[in-house]
Design a protein around this ligand. Sequence first.
Ligand code: AMP
Ligand code: TRP
Length: 343
Amino acid sequence: MAQPSFTPRVFSGIQPSGGLHLGNYLGAIKRFVDMQNSGLNGQSFETIYCMVDLHAITTWQDPATLAHNTRELCAGFIASGVDPEKSVLINQSQVPEHAQLAWIFNTVARMGWMQRMTQWKDKAGKNSQNASLGLFAYPALMAADILIYHATHVPVGEDQKQHIELTRDIAAKFNNDYKVDFFPMTEPVIEGAATRVMSLRDGSKKMSKSDASDASRINMTDDADAIAKKIRKAKTDPDPLPETLEGLEGRPDARNLVNLYAALSDISAEAAIAQVAGQQFGQFKPLLADLAVEKLSPISSEMARLMQHTDEIDRLLARGAERAREIAAPILAETYKIVGLVK
Ligand code: AMP
Ligand code: TRP
């Protein structure tokens, strides 16, 4: 069936369940800013970016910390270049249509689909009987976040690919069950040298806010000394950097640092290895540390400045929610009509 045409629209979200780290910045936020300012492959987009606080509470959050993290994430978005005039910047719980559509999607998605989600399996672990029902239903809420705006493109890190595929499955089953062509088949946008930033202590694990070791990640609130120290201490091997990317095969820690260098310099991994070929880590690490400090310090100081004015952040979010609801409310109303919910 020919797809009806949908407004090119980007949606993406980040959980305010901890501080932002370099993986979030390079894998997600930096891409959000690129899509806001330059679009993708010659196409421009409306952009909507979200702090997904309702997702965060699928595992218990201390209330005061959650509120702080939500505002700090908002500050992180803005400090990184998300412009609240150009993009619609929102906190999920302030736009009730997300949760309303999620309920309908809970009736569309199948238990078996949810059980296959690797994030569910990782997060629920062995004790899945004791995980919250919300954690299990998490991907249906994520599909609602995206589809309540008929978003066509979703920039994310590699780890979210399966959830976007599930979003398409939900859209397709809804369209099929109700004999409509209402929800788009959303495309994931997983591009760049840093779609999967790895831990600085173990190149086989992704950089994550849940890693017990703070040395494994660079936090967006780290100061210059902390950033330089973590890079100096990053795990590596004794060999110099090779001439080509193939030479990095089987060297995940070295590959990770080259990817970071590429992503922070806005060049491809191929171009990065050409620049640093033959260097020892004793030479390369200070170069990478300087680059990281140069790129990240202005962001962390701007975040700190914005956090002095949380009333301003709250005002921006209230305004964002109003703009978002202008798009979301008619789509929810139409969904209710399709399903036969009497208004
Ligand atoms: P989360 O912090 O899990 O809500 O993730 C927010 C965004 O950051 C998502 O688009 C993730 O795919 C992305 N992300 C998280 N960790 C990494 C990582 N280590 N490398 C690249 N992207 C990441
Ligand atoms: N699940 C995503 C993560 O953990 C966060 C998220 C929630 C999201 N809703 C979304 C990402 C919608 C993209 C689009 O990173």
